[in-house]
Design a protein around this ligand. Structure first.
Ligand code: NDP
Length: 479
């Protein structure tokens, strides 16, 4: 397991010599002892990144976009070559079932391939202005970027940020979550092996309240891309305000899946469990509010509950496992508390919510029915394996319930009617919506939230915009 932080592509101990212990969620036992970065390490990384960028004159910023793309292709190749290492480390460090972890390595490589191709296709433009001459719009790298990542998809979310940031020519300072720093450290090594200049690559594990804050508040950080809790996002906006940093935020969610009676209800119900219990429910896109039209309610519940009971909860390293442990005892406690809160509010626990005999942080997936949208389990992000099922009576009511949330990240719509799909899709206040499927995120398409689910968009060509500044240059044609 990697143990040291990375500054300018080199592994180092923390300046203060401190370390912290990473726990394996499946066993509750120590997995690794990792360097704990402090403010002095943030300062060293930012000094190196600022020098490497040199106001846009640094080597990576000036490398042709075509060559940057070639290097990113090599990153993807190395990720695929090192699939076993990355997948096993993610399974042990984050508790992901090994099959899911292998898929994530492939998706991480796919993200780099997409941005390898995007690097020389992110075009400027020529503007037909009123004066005689040539007016061009250029896209230039923004400068050192702070990439702050949560623990639920440590590798994948890091790659969603690293790939476009590097494609655009920026030095990167990656701050992984303290619970899951390991694949980020492996990635730092891999970027350098692939040919990203060492002075562009910095990975700092350590406490968010200390080094995350130091990174955000430092005026040398030109842009912050953050994924995590809404409250942390708000504090990052405040801390970065004084130096007007560019900020994008991917925050929490409480997404609704709406199932109309005219849908293929059996398919929707069979698909629903992994849309909320995938990654043990620790997914910002989890469809944790499932809205079902009353005419199909009992049929849906029967299939959904049976499919949920069939989910194989167990050792992440076993190929059979579909749901691993939660990330920590705290996350399990929170989930159990919400089951109690829901039943206390009058909802009906149909199955799950049991703690298996184990030292790991396991919990069986809980199905809670007869939930109403004013209950706390319908309003607050749980980030654990708890699904709330709510009945509704009309299209208008479904839209009203789906939109009655502080969040607006993701969601699904199941219907057999094309006209209804169009009407409802246009009425839902959310950043990503899937019709007759529950899958949300595709790296070719923009991803992000309405309302308190975020600011800005990741993925797709929108991310290339987010990691660049726009410069307008006018060339007079007069001598
Ligand atoms: P947190 O907000 O607690 O932490 C996210 C990251 O921010 C971690 O690296 C953390 O470091 C760091 N951090 C903590 N405090 C600060 C600070 N003051 N300044 C700068 N950085 C800080 O979120 P979680 O890790 O608990 O992740 C779960 C949350 O992420 C959920 O709300 C979920 O919905 C959201 N999420 C959103 C996604 C989206 O795309 N919209 C995708 C995935 C998750 P440390 O670990 O050291 O505390």
């Amino acid at each position: 397991m990697p143990e040291q932080l990375i500054i300018a592509g080199e592994r180092r101990d923390a300046a203060a010599g401190e370390t912290f212990t990473v726990i394996e969620p499946a066993t509750g036992a120590p997995l690794a002892e990792v360097a704990k970065a402090g403010p002095a390490d943030v300062d060293a990384a930012l000094a190196a990144a600022t020098a490497a960028f040199a106001d846009g004159r640094g080597s990576w910023a000036r490398t042709s976009a075509t060559e940057r793309g070639r290097v990113l292709h090599r990153v993807a190749e190395l990720l695929r070559e090192r699939e076993d290492l990355f997948a096993t480390t993610e399974a042990r460090g984050a508790g992901h079932p090994i099959g899911d972890a292998r898929w994530e390595v492939g998706a991480a490589a796919g993200t780099f391939e997409y941005y390898a191709g995007a690097a020389n296709k992110h075009l400027g433009s020529v503007v037909p202005v009123q004066d005689a001459g040539l007016d061009v719009v250029l896209r230039e790298p923004v400068g050192p970027v702070g990439l702050i990542v949560p623990w639920n998809f440590p590798l994948l979310i890091a790659c969603w940020k690293l790939a476009p940031a590097l494609a655009c020519g920026n030095p990167v300072i990656l701050k992984p979550a303290s619970l899951t720093p390991l694949t980020a450290l492996l990635l730092g090594d891999l970027l350098v092996d692939a040919g990203v200049p060492a002075d562009q690559v910095h990975v700092l594990p350590g406490p968010g309240g200390v080094i995350g804050d130091a990174l955000v508040a430092d005026e040398r950080t030109a842009k912050i891309s953050f994924t995590g809790e809404t409250s942390t996002g708000a504090s990052i906006l405040k801390a970065s305000a004084d130096h007007i940093a560019r900020v994008s935020l991917e925050l929490g969610g409480k997404s609704a899946a709406i199932v109309f009676a005219d849908a293929n209800v059996a398919k929707a119900a069979a698909d629903a469990p992994m849309s909320v219990f995938g990654n043990a429910g620790q997914d910002c896109c989890a469809r944790s509010r499932i809205l079902v039209e009353r005419a199909a309610y009992e049929e849906f519940l029967e299939v959904f509950e049976a499919a949920t009971r069939a989910i194989r909860v167990g050792d992440p390293l076993s190929a059979e496992t579909e749901m691993g442990p939660l990330i920590s005892e705290g996350q399990r406690r929170t989930s159990l508390d919400y089951v109690e809160i829901g039943t206390g509010e009058g909802a009906r626990l149909l199955s799950g919510g049991d703690v298996p005999e184990s030292d790991g942080f396991y919990l069986t997936p809980a199905v809670v029915a007869d939930v109403s949208n004013d209950m706390r389990i319908a309003r607050e992000e749980i980030f654990g394996p708890v699904a709330s099922v709510l009945p509704f009576d009309s299209e208008e009511e479904a839209i009203r319930i789906a939109n009655d949330s502080d969040y607006g990240l993701s969601g699904s719509l199941w219907t057999g009617s094309a006209t209804r799909a169009i009407r409802v899709a246009r009425s839902i206040r959310t950043g990503t919506l899937s019709v007759n499927t529950n899958r949300s995120v595709r790296y070719e398409a923009p991803f992000g939230g309405y309302k308190r689910s975020g600011l800005g968009r990741e993925l797709g060509m929108q991310a290339m915009d987010a990691y660049t500044e726009v410069k307008n240059v006018f060339f007079s044609e007069e001598d």
